[in-house]
Design a protein around this ligand. Sequence first.
Ligand SMILES: [Zn+2]
Length: 274
Amino acid sequence: MSKSVWMNDLTWEEVAEYLEKDDIVLVPVGSTEQHGPAGPLGLDTYAAIALAEDVAQKAGVLSTPPLWFGDSAHHLGFAGTISLSTETLAAVVKDICRSLARHGFRRILIINGHKSSNLPALLSATRYLHEHELPHVLFAVIDPMYLARGIAARVKETFEHHAGELEISHVWYRFPHLIHPERIPAASVPLEQVLSGFCTRDLLGPNGDTIEVVWNSREQKAFAPTGAFSDASKASPEKGKAYHDYMVDRLVEFISWIRTYGGPVGSAGKRTEV
Ligand SMILES: [Zn+2]
């Protein structure tokens, strides 16, 4: 196998050669949206890139280039945020997967760095494809919000929400030049006051009974004027490494499992044609 795990660094012949012996591909998806005063606009995409690169190297699989845009309309009050609508993101993801399936990729693992905001588009796109067009392709959507449940409570000290302790730590570990530690806000937005006591205060922790109150970009700019939702003053590259390594190990474990999995009624796992 070639040195790079990124398909965009390879020739078509190298990808064709890979497809002779394997059919797994990672698709990192992120966003270009504000992450408070301390984090870069591409933070979610960098998180997905970091996971995709290390998992691809450890598991010996390929990754597509990252998708730098996600569903970020609620962040449009801040300069530099570029958002795709939910429908556009779903359409783009469908076209990426159709192209991959056409060449023989049969197990497509989407790594989402943007957490809950991208999930509606990613799940509706992949469920649609698997039901109506590509029943022989295995799709999985991987999200730190769910994959890191086993490590989050052991690492973080504060509620984790947008631009929080864990996501700042993650990118600080892997891309240290992109984080501005001196600008990390030390206060959290009192989400229970603006979104009710039923809000999801912690994306990676235990929550009680929750109700999703929808907010828009104007409301967000008013209740979170720095852009950050969470106190990330306890962030550190060391915490980011523990969080990152845990997710990489779990993903490599998942890939080992799907290599042995035939799929329901033989639908995936073997590179059979439609
Ligand atoms: Zn983020």
